[in-house]
Write a protein that binds this ligand. Structure first.
Ligand code: NAP
Length: 261
């Protein structure tokens, strides 16, 4: 990608620790620091710490890495999973194909390599959710980084899918096109929008909820709150529902494996 190596300063090295973290615009919803710091404690990794770093633009990434030379790995969340790609030195082919990076490995000499573990986390979690059920078709709500990872997982599981967007592109649908017939034809619905996420918990994607039946499986990538408005209303109509907590843990473990490799 032709980027220069980042010259790491050493004056901020307070303790000889390995630092990991999450970058995103707003991070008050995130469970990642809690998950990793408990894991480090459980596994006796006293020299590892995980912190949240709110960045108002993705260009602040280089400054962050210079300020924390002990950083070895980062997770990436809204809205930077696509934008970060231009700042990396190298990208894993799977992440390049998905077009979104949620994991960055930082080498001691300041090289940044991007990966995507969301797709793996979602694939494993979805497989646990659907079990042996054969899904004819799925609706993906949203077109961001998480939606791209979900698409890759559904492709891998050979589950046909249609994307729904506020500004639909070719072969995509708008929310106003979601008729009862269309919902009937798509047994699995995956929310990849942030609608319903803490603190805006009273929002949800604009789908005709009255068309949800006990035949539906509704997976919401959001895990905070554990039951979004979408999941609550879908459950009340008899659907089987699942939130994104298991996916979060699975993608986090996959990130950890990458940082340790
Ligand atoms: P993102 O890149 O910002 O994309 C979200 C997409 O949602 C947008 O592309 C947009 O699609 C749609 N959207 C955004 N605001 C909307 C609104 N007001 N009304 C309707 N649609 C809207 O975010 P992301 O990184 O893909 O993350 C999406 C969600 O998944 C977040 O809640 C995130 O926390 C969650 N997530 C969870 C996990 C996990 O491990 N559980 C992993 C990744 C992400 P259109 O413009 O096409 O409508």
């Amino acid at each position: 990608m032709g980027r220069h190596k980042i010259c790491l300063q050493t004056q901020n090295r307070i303790n000889d620790v390995y630092l990991y973290g999450l970058i995103g615009e707003k991070l008050s919803h995130s469970f990642s620091a809690d998950y990793f710091n408990k894991k480090f404690e459980r596994e006796g990794l006293a020299d590892a710490h995980y912190r949240l770093f709110e960045l108002s633009t993705i260009e602040q990434l280089y400054e962050l890495i210079k300020s924390y030379p002990q950083l070895r790995g980062l997770n990436v969340t809204i809205p930077y999973k696509k934008q970060v790609i231009n700042l990396l030195h190298e990208i894993d082919p799977v992440a390049a194909e998905i077009g979104a990076v949620n994991t960055i490995k930082i080498t001691p000499d300041g090289m940044l390599k991007g990966y995507n573990t969301d797709w793996l986390g979602f694939k494993q979690s979805l497989s646990n959710f659907i079990g042996q059920a054969s899904i004819k078709s799925a609706l993906i709500l949203g077109t961001g980084g998480a939606a791209a990872a979900v698409k890759a997982a559904l492709n891998n599981l050979q589950i046909p899918h249609i994307t729904v967007s506020r500004r639909p592109g070719k072969a995509e649908l708008s929310y106003s096109q979601l008729t009862p017939e269309l919902l009937m034809a798509n047994q699995l619905i995956v929310n990849c929008t942030p609608l319903g996420m803490y603190p805006d918990v009273n929002t949800m994607p604009d789908i005709p909820i009255e068309s949800i039946t006990p035949e539906h499986l509704v997976y919401d990538l959001i895990y905070n709150p554990p039951e979004t408005l979408l999941l609550k209303l879908a459950k009340a109509r008899g659907a089987i529902v699942k939130n994104g907590l298991e996916m979060l843990y699975l993608q986090a473990e996959a990130s950890w494996q990458i940082w340790q490799s």
